[in-house]
Structures are given as C-alpha cells and as structure tokens.
Ligand binder design. Structure first.
Ligand SMILES: [Zn+2]
Length: 405
C-alpha cells in the first residue's frame, strides 16, 4: 500500500520571511485511488500512479536540502541589471528534463528565442506568458514576486509522471501515463494554478494546511481559471470554470480535476471514484489527509468566487478577480486565516474598492452566504448606523471582535 504524506507544504526560506510551497496539481487521494486499481487495462496507469506518488518524497527532500529561493532562479545577464529593467516585461525559460527526474534539465527556450517543435515546451511557454499577462495587465503585478522574477518551467519530467507541481522556484510538468492522464501542459488552468502558488508565497503566504491551505488552493484555482478565461476571451457566463480540463484521457468518465461552478461533479469514474469536493459548508470534510483537505474543502471558497463573479457578470477577472486579488495582496491576511476570516477580508476589499452597500459588496456577501459562510458579513445595503448583530456594514460593526486572520 502506498502511504502518502503531505505532498505540498510551506517552510521558511533562509534569510527571508517568505516560505515556499511544493504543490502538486493532482491531489494525493486521486493518485492513491488510481494506484490501487487492478483493472488490467489500466495496469500501466496504476503503476505510473504508484511511481508518481513515490517520487514526491525524494522531490521534497531534494528541494528542501537545496534551500531554493525564488530570486536565485533569475537568469543573470538576461536583463542587464535590475536598474535597466522595464517593469512588466515577461522573462521566461523552459527546460527539458528528457524523461529524467533531474531539475532544471536542459534549457531549450528562453525569452527572445523562436518556438521549436516540442508541443509541451510550446504549451508551457504560452501558459507562462498568459499567466504573466493576467497578473501584469489586469492587476499590475510584475511576475509572481512583483519584481519581474523569471518564470521558469521544466517539461518531460520523469517517465509517465502523473503530476505537475510548483516547487518554490519553477513549474514542473510530467507527460502523464497516457491511459488516464495526458501531458500536464495541456491545461492552461494548471499552469495558472501553479504559478499562483508563487504569488501567494510572495504575498499572504498562507499556511498549506486546513482552511488556510484550502484558501491557498482555492486562490490558485480562481486565478488559474481566470488566466484561461482571459486567454479565451470568455465572460463569467461563458466560462467552463473547470481546473485541469483536458488532463484526463477519453478513457476517464470526467471532464476535469475540479469544478468551481459545481464542486463534486468534475469526474465520476469507475477507476478514479467520484469528485469528493463539497460545494458548501454542510459538506465540509474534516480529515487529516491531503494536508487537512486542502484540495477537498477548496471547493467551498471556489464556489463562492464563482457565485460572486457570475452575479456581477462580464469578465470575471475585471471585478470579482480584482476583489480577490486585493484580498490576497492586502497584507492583512494572517497566514492561518480561516474561511470566515477570508470571507470578511473579501467583503472589506469590496467595500474599499466599491463602497459599502455597493452592488459588488452585495455580491460578495451573497456568494459567501450561499456556501454557508455569510455569518458576520452583515448585509451590504444597511446603513452604517444600523445596530444589532448582522445589520452593520462597516468593519467596526460587522466584525465581532479583533482576531488574527
Ligand atoms: Zn495547488
């Protein structure tokens, strides 16, 4: 039996208040399930899943020993010095591990060089660019650290490796086993998801465990979805709101790893089981697995965001996305913020940008209320002078007591 421990965690970096996270896109419970399948037609996939699970341990130990820092990944000489650099210019580097489990692999393309013929390289390249473009052109954040750090990726990692991950300094993509999982560069949401772990690492640095870990996961799903929506020019109403669409082969009964619109419905397959995500707090899962359910309970804040974005209409990255980005980068989130605290913070962010009782503020309150987290948010339409529990709109009247978030 494969025993899975935390597949992604955060630890302090040497000489920095930031931590780094190693976060895989496919949660451990899904690979464990696949590893146990005894259908002979899926034997190779089960074996690939077992190997993928085992690989995560040496990855963690290797990276932990290296004390990577995001700034160390910047290619020297690319920009001619920080002073000469123009903000907002994307700087990418994609390497090829050639089926080995060594990082970074052979550098095959850097900024300014033409595209080659390798599909995975080209998809990773485009995905890094689309993600950078969302954060810069919409939120004016210059790369994941807001200082233009290079976005680096390695493709063709390992043989049939059934995962993709952010290791604190680069994105790493497996080719998948070909039976259950396709190549992991196939979904733009995966690239946006993993790089958003980098943004979170440099901002709120949410502890990757329990509710703060589920918020960390949810933020990656939210911005991963927004990267794809903006790239495709989809409005909130048009978007699929799926994470990892296209990762499953046509052998799998399922459309994606997760759904923000309808958590718990992304797949229902004989081999993989059913998508276990809850859609609201009545289904909240108490577990020690998956770092306390970070990939499970993330369905709850994911759906809150979907509800806010679709209530507001238009492009989700413009209004709802901005409120969530403001919340993430506000500097007020505690590292172990819980769902209720995060909901309050989004409400405050909506008030700051749009005003108390605004349409945007009302939408945020309604979104959280629908998933069972509206308590303490009040109603946006009441005047500030409203009295009694739950009637106020300002932070002084809706927040019961000061507490770390
Ligand atoms: Zn993640």
């Amino acid at each position: 039996m494969v025993r899975v421990t935390a597949e992604c965690h955060t630890r302090p970096m040497t000489g920095s208040s930031h931590g780094f996270s190693r976060c895989t896109i496919v949660p451990p419970y899904l690979l464990v399930r696949l590893a146990r399948v005894d259908d002979p037609r899926l034997a190779a996939a089960a074996e690939a899943a077992r190997r993928s699970l085992m690989r995560d341990v040496p990855i963690r130990e290797l990276r932990a020993a290296a004390h990577p820092t995001p700034s160390s990944s910047v290619h020297s000489g690319v920009r001619g010095g920080a002073a000469a650099r123009v903000r907002g210019h994307v700087d990418r580097a994609v390497s090829d591990a050639g089926g080995l489990e060594r990082l970074p692999g052979r550098l095959v393309r850097r900024e300014g060089q033409p595209a080659g013929a390798d599909l995975a390289v080209n998809e990773a390249w485009a995905g890094l660019g689309d993600t950078h473009s969302l954060f810069w052109n919409v939120f004016e954040r210059d790369s994941i650290d807001d200082r233009g750090v290079s976005l680096e990726a390695t493709v063709h990692y390992g043989r049939n490796y059934d995962n993709a991950f952010w290791d604190g300094e680069r994105m790493v993509f497996g080719d998948g086993d070909g039976l259950v999982f396709n190549r992991f560069t196939a979904s733009l949401t995966v690239i946006g998801h993993e790089l958003t772990h980098g943004v979170t690492q440099f901002t709120a640095n949410l502890t990757y465990e329990g509710q703060s870990g589920a918020i960390n996961e949810s933020l990656s799903d939210v911005f991963g979805s927004l990267v794809e929506q903006r790239s495709l020019g989809q409005s909130a109403a048009e978007a699929g709101w799926l994470i990892g669409e296209g990762l499953f082969t046509d052998q799998v009964q399922g459309v994606a790893l997760r759904s923000l619109k309808a958590p718990g419905t992304a797949y229902n397959d004989d081999a993989l089981g059913k998508d276990p995500q809850p859609a609201d707090m009545t289904g909240y899962i108490e577990t020690e697995d998956d770092n306390g359910g970070v990939h499970l309970n993330s369905g709850i804040p994911n759906r809150a965001f979907y509800l806010v974005a679709t209530a507001l209409g238009g492009n989700a990255w413009e209004t709802a996305g901005q409120i969530w980005f403001d919340t993430l980068t506000s500097g007020t989130l505690g590292r172990t913020v819980d769902f209720a605290g995060f909901a309050r913070a989004t409400s405050r962010a909506a008030v700051t940008r749009h005003g108390a009782g605004s349409r945007e503020h009302e939408a945020v309150i309604a979104g959280w209320t629908a998933v069972g987290l509206g308590g303490g948010l009040g109603t946006g339409s009441r005047p500030r002078s409203g009295t009694g529990p739950g009637t106020g709109v300002g932070r002084a009247t809706v927040v019961p007591a000061p507490r770390p978030e």
